[in-house]
Design a protein around this ligand. Sequence first.
Ligand code: DP6
Length: 325
Amino acid sequence: MRAASQAQPNIALVKYWGKRDAALNLPVVGSISITLESLWTRTDVRFVPGHKEDRVSLNGRSDEAEGKRIKACLNLLRERAGVDYGAEVASRNNFPTAAGLASSASGFAALVHAGARALGLDLSLAEQSVLARRCSGSAARSLFGGYVEWAHGTLADGTDSVARPLLDAEAWPLRVAVAITSTAAKQVGSTEGMRRTAETSPYQSAWIDTQETDLGVARDAIRERDFDALARIAEYSCLKMHALALAAQPGLLYWNGATVECMHRVRALRQQGVPVFFTVDAGPQVKAVCAPSAIEQVKAALRDVAGVLDVLDTALGEGARAIVP
Ligand code: DP6
């Protein structure tokens, strides 16, 4: 009744923002991401027959807010297996939690992957992606490696809102530098940010109406390994998502000064011919995606920005996998 899994965060190049069903956590738009390699969550899950309570530790500590979401995710797994045992969950990240680095994506992908095996459920990765999506949308994508698309789906029960791999990491091995500009937990989480945006931003319908085109452009760029086309569409989707959220009331401003300066540096490098582009999620960190040959230059340029605390560096990686507990 015990299993452990590792999953890595993913970074959306065409962003998910907005829900068509909050209870089932169904997205209003599809999205495309890349799964990272050297940042990870490792989660050990043990179900104990006879136990009624769940015990959850995150990086060695209990965390009430995350604990609630983890219990909700364990309930989905228990429902699926038809059991009511309590669980012991120990999860560790090797990167800052809740700072816009998609810890919920790797966290829930690892939890579903380990929890399903611990309960003896024989689920395909697509079925695990559906379960992970209900816990945190972006987690649907972290079951898979490389380049991944998550469909918004049209069915009311959400069974067609599932992620699928588009291209393996080795087929187009880009690198990612992550500029950490703050380690504080973000003030407005994605779930609340999306709700506020849908209720108050005047750009919500334009966002939804233009997403299919963006997904098509990104899919083509990935299939053809066209870096310039991917750079243009990814920066466009990122800035469009932030414009949408900035126009909510009150406006969602996830950036700090260093975030903006990093975006300028990345654009300046690209103008000099360096193959690099940026993307930013619901937090102040900047992810710079580049060709492997450019990684040292990109890291040096980001390190040079005032307010950048650290620059992490990762390749693209595989999806969720079993590890030894
Ligand atoms: C900006 O997946 O964290 O990173 O489904 O409410 O848990 P919930 O949201 P979450 O949102 C991620 C938003 C984003 C864009 C993306 O990853 O596509």
